[in-house]
Design a protein around this ligand. Structure first.
Ligand code: SF4
Length: 354
């Protein structure tokens, strides 16, 4: 293990097998120390950023039915909904009034929505000052099927409508062994990566995400990290990596999973992500996922960003998890941890120090 630690200190890249060994046998505090070392090499100052964000889910109708999802509904369910473009505009106007920087817009995979709905949505919402950060790869894939256009053509249409960034959702664990068991109807690893690569090649920046803490093994986690690292080597199109842990409430997978993800498990993942993803600038501490205390410690485990201060959040709320905060509270958490808080844009430019 000492040799691995040395390799990391020397700035050398770890192989997949070394990553697995580190995750399985690495000393918890040593992982934090090494991740922190890399963080300060990339970001020598003590700035920790976050963004004022709203999370808008335009529909909860979805035919895919992932076993971990508490959010989706069948189209005939009483509480199924799809927002009109007018309703979406009202939400964006509200967000604009609240000084929101970016709107993360995602939905279920609703096969009844026409292709024009997505293009009109981007066109209309992009007129506001709020940055539109919309449609993860599974949604882009659905648009390609509905429109009978290639992924590239769909992305060009969306770009022409005003879309410049897309979120990294729908990745969960980029390992087929896991995907076949938790979301067999969702796009596979190769398709997720292909859509991201097309987006990057068109100048559309994205994030990469990971949802862990269910049936995956340490090997699956490292496979996921190596998959996004390999694509990043080719495109440099991922702006950040965000990991969050699986929430068990109100979903089918939760009944099958016994393990509980602790704060320590989460911090280990933050650190291992910083160490393995040597070509990513930004690693987020998803305080909304594990709570503020753990988010605070994550800043000493390689994270340089506190993610979003959410105005509206439906998906985790459906899974029985609610995390709320204020700009002041997040700023204080960052200061208490020994860092300097700053609000940022979607492309990680500083808006202002707080
Ligand atoms: S995670 Fe997304 S694709 Fe899967 S069921 Fe939920 S809404 Fe549908």
């Amino acid at each position: 293990m000492i040799e691995l630690y040395k390799k990391i200190e020397n700035g050398e890249r770890l192989t997949k097998d070394e990553g697995v060994k580190l995750l399985k046998e690495g000393d918890f505090l040593k992982l934090g120390e090494l991740a922190n070392l890399i963080r300060f090499r990339k970001h020598p100052n003590k700035t920790v950023t976050f963004i004022l964000d709203t999370n808008i889910n335009y529909t909860n109708v979805c035919y895919v039915g992932c076993s971990f999802c508490a959010f989706y509904r069948n189209k005939d369910d009483k509480d199924a909904y799809t927002l009109t473009i007018e309703e979406l505009k009202e939400k964006i106007e509200e967000a604009e009034k609240n000084g929101v920087e970016t709107a993360l817009i995602q939905g279920g995979l609703n096969t009844e929505l026409p292709y024009s709905y997505y293009l009109d949505m981007v066109k209309e919402l992009s007129k506001s000052s709020v940055h539109v950060h919309a449609f993860s790869p599974p949604e882009i894939d659905l648009m390609s099927k509905i429109s009978k256009k290639s992924i590239k053509e769909v992305l060009i249409d969306l770009k022409n409508a005003g879309l410049t960034t897309i979120p990294g959702g729908g990745a969960e664990i980029l390992s087929e062994r896991v995907r076949k068991r938790i979301s067999p109807k969702k796009i596979d690893t190769a398709r997720w990566l292909e859509i991201m690569e097309e987006a990057h090649n068109l100048g559309i920046k994205t994030t990469a995400t990971m949802m862990f803490g269910h049936i995956e093994t340490d090997e699956d986690i490292i496979e996921h990290l190596c998959n996004v690292r390999k694509l990043q080597d080719r495109t440099n199109g991922f702006r950040a990596f965000i990991a969050w842990d699986f929430k068990k409430e109100n979903n089918e997978l939760g009944k099958r999973v016994d393990r509980v993800t602790s704060g320590i498990d989460y911090l280990k993942i933050v650190a291992i992500s910083r160490i393995m993803l040597d070509n990513f600038d930004n690693i987020q501490a998803s305080w909304a996922s594990q709570g503020k205390d753990v988010g605070e410690v994550a800043l000493h485990f390689g994270a340089n960003d506190m993610g979003s201060m959410l105005i509206e959040e439906n998906v985790m709320r459906q899974a029985g998890f609610r995390a709320e905060s204020t700009v002041e509270e997040i700023s204080n958490i960052i200061r208490k941890s020994g860092f300097e808080p700053a609000l940022r844009t979607t492309d990680y430019k500083i808006v202002k120090y707080l």
